[in-house]
Design a protein around this ligand. Structure first.
Ligand code: ZN
Length: 626
């Protein structure tokens, strides 16, 4: 069976438009170290009433989080310098109404963006430091409301500090005047899809130069030592380029730039684009072995989105402009499949080894299966549908509210699908066949969007191996069981099963040390940071029943000042029998003693090899190229 296709939306189409001249947009990053960016925009207009809008729904963030709160200095004038008054729409605060005076055919717009956000969140989180800046164009422009932003053409340019360099998927025109670099005219869609990374400590490294289209690792760091990564790591990223070619059997870009910010001053996250990705990691990520592994999933994940998310996109996310609401209900494909493939690709490329992959998988399967009671009221499907809200929630009682679980549980779901295909076909076919057909549809193409529906996913899976895939998916997506429904399938088919042991696996240890926390969710039922602040408390756990709650401060364990090694020791010495563990806790200025009657010792998830079964995880993680 073939995949049913919705009409293709051409990304780069130069659709017939009433617009006579392109918008020009000049962004000045020379004050980025002072956390303010400036833009000057000219928009061709006709006299009369006009509405302009500020981008609201940000692609890849799947939410109406355009950072209008940090807009300032928004002033519109006519070419003769006369001020044109604007008025905000009383209902849609991302829209401005004005009247273009008779005879005026161009507006000059000045806008500042206050880059003062904290180092949390997504693209509008902290993006600058003394020596670097990440420019997301959507922060510094307005546009006339249109059905399709591919109909608006923009001629962009940037000005950066004298000793900085930059990387972007945009093509420079070749002319640089007094620090200003102009780029070729693109659609507004392409512009917002093409951020710019600039910095003083900047390097561009070609990856897998023998492959076309071309790939580049563009790095900006807090210091010159941060961008000096080893040849071994460069080889791993080059391997990633080869492995994606083998897996997806296609590429949907003219060239690809990993725009990697190595900084402790910025928000840490990744945002995908067709021809680049905005990858923000800690300063030492490329020069410290543990940091490299801990952040090792990011680049393969964001790169995979060039296929799964940007090229193939859920119909509800394939909106034509930044004002129309997005529908997030298929994010368990957009993000869940990407999480799975990204982690598999990290291993096939050598960024991780098989043990690291399995340990991470054990930690994910362990928390979703056994300490995530929120599934009993919120199914996996709802974590996707409600994503525009859940992306912005905080940690306390996370196990009960749930979060954007379509990433991690999506990974389990797609691993179970992969294992099921392999099992049903005697290991002749796999999810590789599905993604080659689904993401490689049409072979190599320029950047464009090919939308899909739930039915298309089902049809694509059935084309690989017939099965009641719709029933399979819905059973898992709509489950209100206490335990993750995917884990039973993984236990039965992958060659490994989820079990518990007293020793923390490598990934759990790494997470604990990188996040300065202790993860006692599977034993006492809570997480706590090294300073004693309780993060989450699992509903109905020993800790919950004893009266502990998120935000409490643990002052002492069995009468002695709190440390995480002491808590480990207390759990170990209480194993078998003996008195309960006593915690002195502080809650909003009041102290009390809690008794945790727990005697099962430390517990951490692991994946245990099932004897005399096919090791399908090894098969899955086997590189496709040599
Ligand atoms: Zn993603």
């Amino acid at each position: 069976m073939h995949i049913r296709l919705l009409p293709v939306i051409l990304f780069a189409s130069l659709a017939a438009s009433a617009q006579t001249a392109p918008i020009t947009l000049s962004v000045d990053l020379t004050d980025a170290p002072r956390k303010i960016l400036h833009s000057t925009e000219t928009i061709p207009v006709q006299p009369g009433p006009l509405t302009l809008v500020y981008p609201k729904w940000i692609p890849g963030e799947h939410a109406p989080d355009g950072p209008i709160d940090n807009q300032a200095g928004f002033i519109i004038t006519s070419p003769d310098g006369a001020r044109i008054k604007w008025e905000r729409d009383p209902v849609n605060m991302f829209a401005y109404h004005l009247t273009v005076p008779p005879g005026v055919t161009q507006l000059n717009i000045k806008m500042d963006f206050l880059a003062t956000a904290a180092a949390t969140g997504f693209s509008a989180g902290a993006s600058t430091s003394a020596n670097l800046a990440m420019l997301s164009w959507n922060e510094l422009l307005v546009y006339p409301p249109v059905q399709n932003v591919a109909d608006i053409m923009v001629s962009p340019s940037i000005k950066i500090p004298a000793d900085w360099k930059f990387g972007t998927a945009l093509e420079p025109t070749g002319s640089t005047n007094s620090g200003v670099t102009s780029f070729k005219t693109v659609t507004l869609e392409q512009l917002i899809d093409s951020p710019v990374l600039a910095g003083r400590w900047f390097v561009e490294i070609p990856l897998a130069p023998e492959i076309s289209p071309k790939h580049y690792l563009d790095l900006a760091g807090d210091g010159p030592e941060d961008i000096a990564l080893s040849n071994e790591h460069i080889d791993e990223f080059s391997k990633l380029i080869h492995e994606t070619g083998a897996l997806y059997q296609s590429r949907h870009y003219g060239s690809y730039h990993f725009l990697v910010t190595l900084s402790d001053q910025v928000a840490h996250f990744g945002l995908e684009h067709h021809q680049s990705s905005d990858d923000r990691v800690t300063e030492k990520t490329f020069t410290d072995d543990n940091e490299f592994i801990y952040n090792g999933l990011l680049l393969p994940h964001e790169f995979t989105h060039s296929w799964n998310g940007k090229y193939r996109r859920p119909a509800g996310l394939a909106t034509g402009n930044y004002q129309d609401p997005m529908q997030d209900n298929l994010l368990w494909v957009y993000e869940g499949l990407t999480e799975y493939l990204g982690d598999v690709l990290a291993t096939r490329s050598g960024i991780w080894n098989n043990t690291i992959y399995r340990d991470r998988l054990a930690t994910i399967a362990g928390y979703l299966n056994d300490v995530r009671p929120g599934r009993t009221w919120r199914d996996l499907q709802d974590t996707a549908t409600d994503a525009p809200i859940l992306y912005f929630v905080s940690g306390p009682y996370d196990n009960w509210r749930r979060n954007t679980d379509f990433y991690d549980e999506g990974e389990l779901l797609w691993l179970e699908i992969d294992s099921t295909i392999r099992s049903k076909t005697n290991d002749k076919k796999s999810l590789n066949d599905f993604v080659a057909a689904f993401e490689g549809l049409g072979g190599n193409t320029p950047p464009k969007v090919v939308p899909y529906t739930f039915d298309d996913i089902v049809a694509g899976l059935n084309a690989v191996v017939p099965n009641d895939w719709a029933g399979f998916l819905r059973q898992r997506l709509d489950s209100n069981e206490l335990h993750a429904p995917e884990v039973a399938g993984i236990n039965a088919l992958s060659g490994y099963k989820l079990t518990y042991t007293a020793k923390s696996n490598y990934w759990s240890q790494l997470s604990e040390s990188e996040d300065s926390t202790m993860d006692a969710r599977w034993s006492l039922g809570f997480t706590v940071n090294t300073a004693g602040a309780v993060g989450d408390v699992i509903m109905d756990s020993v800790a919950w029943k004893a009266g502990l709650a998120p935000g409490f401060q643990i002052v002492a364990i069995n009468g002695r000042a709190f440390t995480t090694p002491l808590l480990h020791a207390a759990i170990q010495s209480a194993e078998g029998s003996g008195p309960p563990i006593e915690l002195i806790v502080e809650n909003t200025g009041y102290y009390k003693t809690l008794k945790l009657d727990y005697h099962d010792g430390e517990k951490y998830p692991q994946l245990e090899r099932v004897p005399n079964t096919h090791d399908r995880l090894d098969d899955i993680l086997e590189p496709m190229t040599k």
